[in-house]
Design a binder for this molecule. Structure first.
Ligand code: MN
Length: 239
């Protein structure tokens, strides 16, 4: 069934915990979309679905402190998400092995889902970096930085991340399109992972989304080669 109706609302909530309350109400009524922090203690809500359910949520938002709402285009959400909330940690480890690569790892369901990115991440939205899905790692591996076999590993970047997109995680990963926001020391802003080939070593593309953190023409891997833990480059670690 196609959602019939979509609105955006801005509210100045009377109470704390309003994000969670709004999300719970929306989910109860089968309304899809998201709630996130706006400017100056406001909340922004995108709500779509059955017109009666959306109107009922809008009435609730009015009581909760809505200051404005307007009809908008239906976007095809499949969840009601609280945006701007950390989903866990991420790490990028630079790994000198048989083939030099960077390992992007995102915390999902208590493990680090991992992709080997031969050329490393980019902040240039025009650059698509191949990412090969590899086995999950434990969270305890996130701080690993040392020589390893004939090669070695440095912690190239780390931080927290938010899950985004119209589909809830981990389903978004299962379906092969996952949108997320990184808060690292080098990497920041929205990224997308798009699967291009299924199979044992599934292939994905890692793409920077266009936002205020995008840096067209930049090469972050070359500009910032050092470990965020020790300040050493992989070269120095191996030297
Ligand atoms: Mn690796």
């Amino acid at each position: 069934m196609a959602p019939a109706h979509a609105i955006r609302a801005v509210l100045r909530p009377h109470t704390t915990g309003a994000r969670e309350t709004i999300a719970a109400r929306a989910r109860d009524r089968g309304v899809l979309g998201w709630v996130r922090d706006g400017e100056q203690d406001t909340l922004q809500v995108h709500a779509e679905g059955d017109a009666a359910a959306v109107d009922a949520l809008l009435a609730f938002l009015g009581e909760a402190g809505a200051v404005a709402s307007e009809p908008v285009r239906v976007e095809g959400h499949e969840q009601f998400a609280i945006r701007g909330v950390s989903a866990g940690v991420f790490v990028v480890q630079e790994h000198a092995a048989t083939a030099h690569h960077f390992d992007l790892r995102l915390e999902v369901g208590g493990v680090m889902r991992s992709w080997a990115v031969p050329k490393g991440p980019s902040l240039d939205p025009a650059v698509k970096r191949m990412a090969i899905e590899v086995g999950d790692h434990s969270l305890s591996h996130n701080t690993f930085e040392d020589r390893l076999g004939a090669g070695g590993v440095i912690v190239w970047d780390r931080g927290t991340y938010e899950q985004g997109g119209r589909v809830a995680w981990p389903e978004a990963l299962d379906r092969g399109h996952a949108v997320f926001v990184l808060h690292g020391e080098k990497l920041a802003g929205g990224f997308a992972l798009q699967r291009t080939r299924r199979g044992a070593k599934a292939q994905w593309l890692l793409i920077k989304r266009r936002d205020e953190h995008a840096r067209p023409g930049s090469d972050i891997v070359a500009e910032r080669p050092e470990s965020v833990v020790s300040g050493r480059t992989l070269q120095q670690l191996l030297g």
